[in-house]
Design a protein around this ligand. Sequence first.
Ligand SMILES: *Cc1c(COP(=O)(O)O)cnc(C)c1O
Length: 363
Amino acid sequence: MNIPFLDLKKQYKDIQEEVDTAISRVVKRQVFILGEELEAFEKEFASYLGCKYVVGVGSGTEGLILSLMALGIGKGDEVITPVNSFIATTIAITQVGATPIFVDCYSDTYQINVEQVREKITKKTKAILPVHLYGAPCEIMKLQKIAKESNIFLVEDACQAHGAMYKNKKVGTFGDLGVFSFYPGKNLGAYGDGGAICTDSEELYKRLKRIRNYGQEEKYYSKEIGINSRLDEIQAAILRVKLKYLDEWNKERNEIAQRYKRELIGIRMQKISENTFSCYHLFVIENNKRDELRNFLKVKGIDALIHYPVPIHLQKCYEYLGYKKGDFPVSERVSDTILSIPIYPELKVNEQKYISKELNDFS
Ligand SMILES: *Cc1c(COP(=O)(O)O)cnc(C)c1O
């Protein structure tokens, strides 16, 4: 058997007619930027999330950058964030000139350590930027409370967590702002780069709409310095089609996850907190002989990936921040032992069974 980590061709086949129709609708209209598809998608995604406003942007990374810009965060400000995430979370902080203040994660859920967040708050702290890692909600209600008490902002990196819920409330809607990525491989993926920011604040919504479009409210009149970061019409039209399937796809991912949990014997895996719904962007297991296991699976035709092999404080580009090995022991250990195995709606039952069998055989 040959099982890729993700198979977007299969997904496209299932929805080809609808997607092709959506794309050609935009091409016929010849409006590609800031048109009716984007407006409709923003409304539809806001209603899906259960929040007042959504602003479509160029990517998840830019969504994070725009969020910090809209909150007025910059030089001299501190933003608390976990070291075990995709590097884009921290890039957003340094891109606006602020200082990332790193914290470790829990050893079972791999989510941001909330106690450490509390300890790291100083007079300079402007925001907490947690991540809902692998599509599972972090302790977002505790973070919400800390942010309120300390009078600082909460921006959620929900780039892996479209449709994930904490106590039946969609993640992304707990913070002042929530950011999503529509990178093709995400649970809700475009056919190129894309992202969105959600909020209940009319003021932040208006500011975000300005700064994603050169700071303009009226064409050629810039109120403030913005950038160019917009979700284009073709992507919005495709996302409108795919949004209708998101819940079904997330349910199928959960069914695969439950089967893995039943079948895998004595294998450590990400713990999902009680009262939460993970959208299982990734299914992550642990093994002390991770690299050996990964090679073993490769020989068996199973593609497995590492998310992520280097914690952010040890990335070359952040050497100047002065962190060193040993500063965040849990994240460092986890980065040596974690492995993501295939999970996507199109994965067949027999393929998934085969993966379980090979994993059990290895250990
Ligand atoms: C994908 C991702 C991003 C960045 O999104 P892009 O759309 O690729 O820029 C940010 N944070 C996390 C946790 C992600 O997984």
